[in-house]
Design a protein around this ligand. Structure first.
Ligand code: ATP
Length: 334
């Protein structure tokens, strides 16, 4: 478990101290995929780099499995860093070394015996799906392949935590999906805790269990991805969600203004997404409805549906009560 307790960070710029993170508390559970989302300059990299002490907090404590990492001496800090792998937006591979050589590098630095390195590298190359690329150089690889090397290198010393610093931001959408699937598989198979930072809600939606939203150095919202994604509270979170869904909030409220009756937003999760509820409840309660907007998608592996309806006639309160009883989240928009 990684815990931030009243952690804050200021950078010294010339004679001034500039705040990058205001005091925040955050807990990342062992084995989860935790996402941190925010716009450029929000403090995401700073927060991530406080975990392996690439940055030191200006105040507060960072605990890993109950141990205050800011109090570690150099030797124990080196040991801690071996427990924490990291991958980067621009891969940070050594261009003069092959795929195998890049993956072997941290093991060589740690003084691991040659035979052990060779076996471990072969296993990692298979693990990240680069079986036939071991002797290629980074310049001969695609972006997705380079990031697979980055992942293998980060896993080389058998870490408990993997930090991902905008790991897919330089990749096209299809490659992004395949690298995210690789990371999700590593979390599932090896039980590693994963902390990733991104400015894309789609990345969060695809692989994270929980998410924290940073805005100008403040932690403004956190929770399960389903709760935050389906019911965003803070304006910054709402912007991320609407952006991911290609929804223009102003246009939408204009459309809704001309719809008749009451307006409800229904959120279906899991199996309720595919249940034939609406037609039945409309018939039973005499309510008529028109669909103003809707989507069906997935959050990680769980399907969800979100529909905004304009409801007229019939017994609207009975319809609402039946939806609630069927496990549908109901929000009254008007
Ligand atoms: N080494 C540094 N010295 C001075 N200021 C810094 C330093 N690193 C970051 N900052 C400032 O701290 C704030 C947070 O930066 P940080 O890189 O953590 O944000 P970010 O959310 O990761 O942004 P981006 O997505 O652009 O990388 C920004 O205002 C940035 O300019």
């Amino acid at each position: 478990m990684i815990e931030f307790q009243q952690v804050h960070k200021r950078y010294r710029v010339g004679p001034n101290e500039v705040p990058a993170l205001h005091p925040l508390d955050l807990r990342i559970e062992t084995g989860e995929v935790f996402g941190i989302i925010g716009h450029s300059g929000a403090g995401k990299s700073t927060l991530l780099r406080l975990i392996n002490l690439l940055e030191r907090p200006s105040g507060g404590r960072v605990l890993i499995d109950g141990e205050d990492v800011t109090a570690l001496d150099d030797e124990r800090l080196r040991a801690l860093r071996r427990q924490i792998g990291m991958i980067f937006q621009h891969f940070n591979l050594l261009s003069s070394r092959t795929v195998a050589g890049n993956i072997a590098f941290p093991l060589e630095l740690a003084g691991t015996p040659r035979a052990t390195i060779a076996a471990r590298v072969a296993e990692l190359i298979e693990r990240v799906g680069l079986g036939d690329q071991a002797n290629k150089y980074p310049a001969q690889l695609s972006g997705g392949q380079k990031q697979r090397v980055g992942v293998a290198r980060a896993l080389a010393s058998g870490p408990k935590v993997l930090l991902c610093d905008e790991a897919t931001s330089a990749l096209d959408p299809e490659t992004t999906r395949s690298v995210l699937d690789l990371i999700a598989g590593i979390n599932r198979d090896l039980g590693l805790s994963i902390v990733l930072i991104t400015h894309e809600m789609d990345v969060i939606r695809r692989i994270c269990d929980r998410v924290a939203v940073l805005d100008a150095g403040h932690l403004v919202e956190s929770g399960t991805v389903a709760d935050v994604f389906l019911h965003p509270q803070h304006p910054t979170t709402r912007r991320f969600v609407f952006e991911a869904e290609h929804v223009d909030e102003t246009e939408q409220s204009h459309d809704f203004a001309s719809a008749p009756g009451r307006i409800l937003r229904l959120t279906f999760r899991g199996n309720a997404t595919f249940a034939p509820l609406l037609g039945r409840i409309a018939r039973e309660t005499g309510v008529d409805y028109s669909i103003l907007s809707g989507r069906i998608d997935r959050i990680k592996d769980v399907p969800y549906g979100q529909l905004t309806l304009a409801l007229v006639d019939g017994d609207l309160d009975a319809a609402r009560a039946r939806l609630l009883a069927a496990g549908v989240d109901v929000e009254e928009l008007r």
